[in-house]
Design a protein around this ligand. Structure first.
Ligand code: HMG
Ligand code: MG
Length: 309
């Protein structure tokens, strides 16, 4: 398998990014503006909200207001995380155009993250997926800790493959493989992907890599070579996971886009507009952005043209 000609970028910054911001709850208006700017930059799949317990993740408590506030562009998927039927009902009422269920390859992480076992999570998802399909809402599935667990350590590729297969069979159209703590390295990522691709067609797999150890781009290159054509990323590298202590944000969307442009892979996303959004959100959050590309181009977006193959 060679590199894909085209990659769909799934922008998870407004959810995976902002869910983990320390300090006061971020204003709904800021979340709405971020999502609108990302859509205007050409992103066509934006994870906009989470309908989880507000006691567990206070930053995501305003998902309905966020989805009510955005200016929906035609052709853009505005998705939301839903751990149970209660979440699905709220997401559907708020007009999410897609939902995502989430579990893990690790029992320990699943307990910490959603307070149940992996098997119980799948039991919970079965009626959720069925009902979502009745509503005409596609369901994506996440498998966290695909390259390692903050509690259990090493995770066998076969464990990731088994949970991915179960989610796919339950009706998830795409399985996103999460390196939740960003501990993976390219060979490990390749081996894990090969195991999962034995159970789920590679065209239905996505890579969701965090960048804690600075390996995310290298890991993405490894799975791109295998033919993965869907990549989750977070503008400015925002975020982490509240139930994976020490995990940094997702790989930055700008950095992924720069890599893909260099490989001649199309995404439909405008690098200059994305960098401007990255600089803007980092400034609004009062933090240094996590994207090397945004740091390099922030003051001089035109320099980005040298990245094109
Ligand atoms: P629980 O306490 O076992 O649930 O939590 P429960 O059913 O016993 O309900 C307890 C309370 O939560 C009740 O309220 C429910 O109404 C409420 P109370 O009666 O106490 O006032 N509740 C809800 N409220 C709003 N929306 C809901 C909902 N469900 C119950 N959907 C639960 C179980 C799953 C709800 C909880 O553990 C939870 O919300 N967990 C979410 C954790 C989370 O969001 N983690 C971050 C996202 S995952 C991630 O970042 C990884 C990923 O990026 C991939 C990767 O990087 O690997 C996706
Ligand atoms: Mg994540």
């Amino acid at each position: 398998m060679g590199f894909p000609q085209q990659v769909r970028l799934v922008e998870v910054g407004p959810r995976d990014g902002l869910q983990n911001e320390p300090g006061p709850v971020i204003a709904t208006a800021l979340k709405v503006e971020l999502i609108d700017r990302l859509a205007q930059a050409g992103l066509r799949h934006i994870e906009a909200a989470s309908f989880v317990s507000p006691k567990w993740v206070p930053q995501m408590a305003d998902g309905d207001a966020v989805l009510a506030g955005i200016q929906r562009l035609p052709g853009v998927v505005y998705s939301a995380l839903t751990p149970n039927l209660q979440g699905l009902e709220a997401a559907q009422a708020a007009g999410a155009t897609e939902v995502a269920v989430f579990t893990a390859a690790s029992e320990a992480f699943t307990q910490k993250n959603i307070n149940c076992s992996v098997a119980q999570s799948l039991e919970r998802f079965a009626p959720l997926i069925e009902r979502a399909h009745r509503y005409g809402i596609p369901v994506r599935g996440y498998v966290s800790t695909a390259l390692g667990c903050p509690y259990a350590g090493e995770i066998a590729p076969a464990q990731v493959a088994a949970v991915s297969r179960d989610l796919y069979r339950l009706g998830c159209y795409e399985i996103s493989l999460g390196d939740t703590v960003g501990v993976g390295t390219p060979l490990k990522a390749k081996r894990m992907l090969e195991a999962v691709a034995g159970e789920v067609p590679i065209t239905h797999l996505a890579a969701h890599f965090h960048d804690t150890y600075g390996q995310a781009l290298a890991n993405l290159y490894a799975v791109l070579e295998e033919g993965v054509a869907v990549i989750d990323a977070s503008v400015a590298g925002l975020g982490g996971c509240p139930y994976a202590h020490g995990a940094s944000g997702n790989v930055a969307t700008e950095d992924v886009l720069y890599l893909l442009q260099g490989l001649g892979i199309a995404t439909g996303v405008d690098l200059d507009a994305l960098v401007a959004t990255s600089v803007w959100i980092s400034d609004r959050l009062g933090r240094r952005g996590g994207s090397r590309v945004a740091q390099a181009l922030g003051g001089n977006p035109a320099a980005g043209t040298c990245a094109t193959a």
